[in-house]
Design a protein around this ligand. Sequence first.
Ligand code: UDP
Ligand code: MG
Length: 366
Amino acid sequence: MAPADTGAPTLSVVIPVYNEEPGLQALFDRLYPALDALGLSYEVIFVDDGSRDRSAALLAEQYARRPRHTRVVILDGNFGQHRALLAGFSKARGERLVTLDADLQNPPEDIGLLMAAMDAGHDYVGSIRRLRQDVAWRRWASRAMNRLRERTSRIKMTDQGCMFRAYSRRIVDAINQCREMNTFLPALAYTFAINPTEVTVGHEERFAGESKYSLYSLVRLNFDLMTGFSVLPLQVFSMLGMAVALLSGALFVLLGARRLIIGPEEGGLFTLFALLFFLVGIALFGIGLLGEYIGRIYQEVRERPRYLIRAVLEELPPERPPRGGERAGSARGARAAAPLPAPVPAPPSPQALLPGLDPVDADPPR
Ligand code: UDP
Ligand code: MG
């Protein structure tokens, strides 16, 4: 399937890595044999998302061991899982792309299941975690968010939290053309899918370390999903506003009529308070929701780069068609390339890179 003349592999596996030092070796030990067993040409692209432990150094060592099958993209700070994935997408050369977490929660042996679904003609293969091994509140919250998303967007995913998915080259190219800052990658990909499907995959407990998602970052991520793919929350508020205006108009008429017929009423003070608090609550939530959208609009208009690449370890120089590829035809295309800080070094040898790979000093401006 891979066009032989460019040497592009059939499969690119993109793995975001953030402080995964304790589990990386186990990942290498399982992932490469699983991929070798598939019997197709592949590359694994690790994206180091500004890890503060020795993850980047371990990745560089792995690159030195398997340079033909490994590429390492080292970001200049912690940009979050989805932007790290986007950085990996921009580098991937495979005809198909699979995303996988670094913590071995999804068994790499199941990549074959995703490939089989693609062989059957699907261009987007989602996954559903069999017997999900996460803490109860995570499972409960993600069920609730799944239901909310089903109702507010046209994106149909049974298990939105699972990043173990496969995408066709066409979808990867479409994603590479997107310029949004905050996104939820599986949902974005779904909007481009023609023939999506889902398969059930295994799920295990995190091999080592702990989840990189706090409650706060999960809430942020879900707001990205909601605001990124639906304006329904905003519309709910205009509907609610209209309903409240109509009802209070009716109340006003009623009270006016009562005053003329029976005389002014007394009491009912607390009912009034209750009503007021309720309405103030709705109004505040509505303003907050507006803020979520406006904040994102503000981030978009600043047009800052979504991620900065510090270094790329790879064997072949990335084949860049003259200013084409992912950015072809985009008026804003040059933006992502322009603000890179110091000149990005040509692929350095891991030895040269290793000593410099100590903790990243500063987070990027957000
Ligand atoms: N991750 C990342 N940047 C972050 C947070 C997470 O690249 O800021 C990576 C992490 O290393 C892992 C994947 O994203 O490979 C999923 O993270 P995690 O397993 O902590 O999430 P959970 O399974 O708890 O949803
Ligand atoms: Mg995990």
